[in-house]
Design a protein around this ligand. Structure first.
Ligand code: NAD
Ligand code: ZN
Ligand code: ZN
Length: 345
């Protein structure tokens, strides 16, 4: 079969690889569509990549092609989504529903294995997955559903962890309305009564944000913080989701968060901020809680699928064939992808 692999650090190739064999508890999924995440771009440019000849793709949906002998509850042809977090399922955090911070598979600073970021992923004709990591999609189209596994899941988790600040009447800033951000915006509009400000460095992305119900859109420049503060009577945004994480957006996020606000860092753009533990330095207003939000839980995943089934959230997609996969990487890096790039094998 054909697969898009990272061959070694910095080297991507669409090449022939064997169709994966499945174990008794696994399912072979015929991939219908695989989303391309900005994390894949970070992987492409990582100075060292520890897993040579690995198939990329952690946003995968498709149809069940064949089932291991022990698998029950699924049938050939079922449309399925590959859940991102391949956690143990039995440790204390997993049992508590915090499988994204599994103690056995992620540990203190790590992450549970994700397809396409260790095990082979979905940018291929087929992927082998343990049956327990599959979520039925019902009537949802698997060509465009893959991004629900990360571009949908990750914002849902960040939002679910901030619900105490997402009350009607509050103001939320979404920084970066690309793959994750355009889904986060829709989840906020579908599940909260908040006023949502979308902020991006690209006018094209703000246009998408307006189509999906953003109440205000600001191009990020030197005046953005002042504009958000002016909108909120100089109080700030009750929640800020930074889906970029570069230095300018981290600076912006800390400048616009309101007292008691929920500050959520999701993007991995290597920005940082200083916290000063004294009464006079104003690095953050009083009461702000900061979360380094990672992925999402199985429960978050089910909620995302339900919202998609209800038609309340939609993945905007730009589709490429698998053979055009490297072009899709280049386009994502250039910032020209509308919503999410999908590779269709
Ligand atoms: P994307 O490329 O689809 O979207 C990024 C958006 O940010 C684009 O719309 C771009 O125009 C905008 N942007 C870039 N620089 C900006 C700036 N200075 N100010 C305002 N907007 C700016 O990327 P994505 O796939 O949505 O991923 C976003 C980030 O989230 C990446 O760093 C990715 O690695 C990370 N990520 C984190 C998790 C997690 O669990 N924490 C999960 C998935 C992705
Ligand atoms: Zn991702
Ligand atoms: Zn676990």
């Amino acid at each position: 079969m054909r697969a898009l692999q990272i061959v070694s650090a910095g080297v991507l190739e669409v090449r022939d690889v064997p169709v994966p064999e499945i174990g008794p508890d696994e399912v072979l999924v015929k991939v219908a569509g695989a989303g391309l995440c900005h994390s894949d771009v970070h992987v492409r440019h990582a100075p060292e990549w520890p897993v040579p000849n690995m198939t990329l793709g952690h946003e995968t949906a498709g149809h069940v092609a064949s089932l291991g002998n022990d698998v029950t509850g699924l049938s050939e042809g079922d449309a399925v989504l590959v859940y991102l977090v391949w956690a143990c399922g039995v440790c204390r955090p997993c049992i508590e529903g915090r499988d994204n911070v599994c103690v056995n598979t992620g540990g203190r600073y790590g992450m549970p294995p994700c397809p396409g970021l260790g095990p082979d992923g979905g940018m291929a004709e087929y992927i082998a997955v343990k049956a327990r990591y599959l979520e039925p999609l019902g009537d949802l189209d698997p060509i465009t559903a893959g991004p629900l596994a990360d571009a949908g899941l990750t914002p849902m988790h960040a939002i679910n962890g901030a619900r105490h600040r997402l009350t009607p009447g509050s103001t939320v800033a979404v920084i970066g309305v690309g793959g994750l951000g355009h889904m986060g915006l829709q989840i906020l509009k579908a599940t909260t009564g908040t006023r949502v400000i979308a902020i991006d460095s690209s006018e094209q992305k703000l246009e998408i944000a307006r189509e999906h119900g953003a109440d205000e859109t600001f191009l990020s420049d030197g005046d953005t913080a002042a504009k958000v503060l002016a909108l909120t009577g100089e109080y700030g945004a009750d929640a800020v989701f930074d889906f970029v994480g570069v230095q300018p957006t981290v600076d912006l996020a800390t400048k616009i968060i309101a007292p008691d606000g929920a500050l959520r860092f999701v993007g991995l753009g290597e920005g940082s901020f200083t916290y000063a533990a004294d009464a006079l330095t104003t690095t953050l207003p009083w009461g702000v809680d900061v979360r380094r939000s990672y992925g999402g839980t199985r429960s978050d995943q089910r909620q995302v699928i339900e919202l998609a089934k209800l038609g309340k959230i939609t993945v905007e997609t730009q589709q490429y064939s698998l053979e055009e996969g490297i072009q899709a990487f280049d386009d994502l890096e250039a910032g020209t992808v509308r919503g999410r790039a999908i590779l269709v094998p």
